[in-house]
Design a protein around this ligand. Sequence first.
Ligand SMILES: Nc1nc2c(ncn2[C@@H]2O[C@H](COP(=O)(O)OP(=O)(O)OP(=O)(O)O)[C@@H](O)[C@H]2O)c(=O)[nH]1
Ligand SMILES: [Mg+2]
Length: 227
Amino acid sequence: IWTGLLPAPPLPQRTMAKQYDVLFRLLLLGDSGVGKTCLLCRFTDNEFHSSHISTIGVDFKMKTLEIDGIKVRIQIWDTAGQERYQTITKQYYRRAQGIFLVYDITSERSFQHIMKWASDVDEYAPDHVQKILIGNKSDEDQKRQVAREQGSKLAKTYGMDFFETSACTNYNIKESFTRLTELVLQANKKELDVLRVPFSEELSIADLEEEETQRDAGSSSQKNCWC
Ligand SMILES: Nc1nc2c(ncn2[C@@H]2O[C@H](COP(=O)(O)OP(=O)(O)OP(=O)(O)O)[C@@H](O)[C@H]2O)c(=O)[nH]1
Ligand SMILES: [Mg+2]
């Protein structure tokens, strides 16, 4: 059947469906190899890769969650843990509203480095940024070097929530992403009330954010070419 002359279907009208109410940026930080990219892939695509392909610079994925009837679009920035990318990755701290500090329960070293990551956050992220501590690879209990209690004690010292997770078995993944998003939502409640005025205005704010995101993505892919 010749369909070449059929008109293209109309583009979906952006004004018809409200896609989200608010957009937040979350950031994944921690040493190389702790599983930041795997946590993100598990959360957004329900996938797990057993090979370690080090992230170059930064990358991001999006997901929408509904919390208390509010559609929250989260843009999750996945940073490279390798030292040589830190000049780039630090540029992303200041625009984050929530940060995951990630270590690997089979690596004492990655746990000790949390102090360094936390002090970088103090220096480069906004004051009101929400943080949670993640001890990943909880499935590898036989190789454990960091006791659960050590993680929860450190989190307490910093006043953060704490989760042990496994990107491999999908343990506590949705819970930890949802928790950080809830914290950010609570912390930004005032601004959110401003956003929740007339529907048309809400949408245009969302559109602006979307455009900004596309610009960000453009600049991030340029920065990804770091070789
Ligand atoms: N057993 C187990 N292995 C995991 C888990 N999460 C990640 N890994 C493995 O750990 C390695 C590193 O994972 P990545 O997600 O690439 O680590 P990363 O933190 O993004 O590393 P950089 O991008 O270099 O900063 C990979 O071989 C993963 O398969 C987990 O929950 N359990
Ligand atoms: Mg990575």
